[in-house]
Design a protein around this ligand. Structure first.
Ligand code: OOG
Ligand code: MG
Length: 255
């Protein structure tokens, strides 16, 4: 198990892809995959990174269709993964990165147990425009559910926009989303794609963590899962995601 975690840690460090684990071990289970993911988190914490939040993945139909995997999953976000709004995404230390628009929650208080949508939203201090960089450590982005869970939901980084908006000021169930690449509209979406309301993704995260005896602490950042398919990154792109009521978040891609 920690062997798989070490393989993933090294694959990320060297930006060198692995063959998916389920190819050689078809019985690799979802339960073991989450154990590998927490061993991987421990390797990152051991390297001095801090746990700053969680991410949900595969919470929308466009993502499920793009990846061929049909069940929501969660992963961790560490301090080393955060990229400032407008800053550079390096291609050098990544394998085959893609980017996707995300809605981020910042929790005002701890969320535990199996909350309803209203209870989950009650724990939210603010909502932000965000983007996630994903970079599967598996060749060709090909994996089954346990592989992608072990690999921290393919997460490779995240960017949070400047504005923190109170959830009551928004109709979170249907916010328009636009992704532009080099000033051209590339993707349109709606927050409705995320389980009908991104707060449901937050509630689902709490329930999944509860099953492992964990919770989402106050101050945590939570990415609700992309509402659109992901865009492959290439050198010198300028990416901007705009969200109705939340403003924009931007990043540029290195040479
Ligand atoms: C899995 C990661 C999914 C999302 O927002 O749905 C994810 C992948 O696409 O490789 O982060
Ligand atoms: Mg994502």
């Amino acid at each position: 198990m920690s062997d798989y975690a070490q393989k993933l840690f090294t694959a990320k460090k060297n930006a060198k892809a692995l063959t998916r684990f389920t190819a050689t071990e078809p019985k690799f289970s979802l339960g073991r995959a989450y154990e590998v993911q927490s061993a991987l988190l421990n390797l990152h914490l051991g390297a001095g990174e801090k746990l700053v939040g969680r991410k949900m993945g595969l919470t929308s139909r466009p993502k499920m269709q793009q990846m061929g995997v049909h069940e929501p999953i969660h992963g961790f976000l560490t301090s080393a993964m955060q990229i400032n709004d407008g800053a550079e995404i390096s291609l050098r230390d990544r394998i085959h990165p893609k980017i996707e628009p995300e809605i981020a929650f910042v929790l005002g208080r701890e969320l535990k147990g199996r909350p309803t949508l209203a209870e989950a939203m009650g724990a939210v201090e603010g909502v932000c425009a965000a983007m996630e960089i994903i970079d599967s450590r598996f060749e060709n982005f090909e994996f089954q559910l346990p592989d992608v869970v072990a690999d921290n939901g393919s997460s490779s980084g995240f960017v949070i926009g400047g504005a923190l908006v109170k959830p009551k000021a928004l109709d979170l169930g249907n916010l328009g989303i636009l992704v532009e690449v080099n000033g051209r509209s590339q993707l349109f979406g709606s927050s409705a794609s995320i389980l009908g309301h991104p707060g449901r993704s937050l509630a689902a995260l709490a329930a999944l963590l509860d099953a492992e005896g964990l919770s989402v602490p106050a101050g945590a950042i939570v990415l609700a899962g992309a509402a659109t398919a992901a865009i492959p990154l290439s050198p010198n792109q300028w990416i901007r995601a705009s969200f109705q009521g939340l403003g924009t978040v931007e990043a540029r891609v290195s040479e």
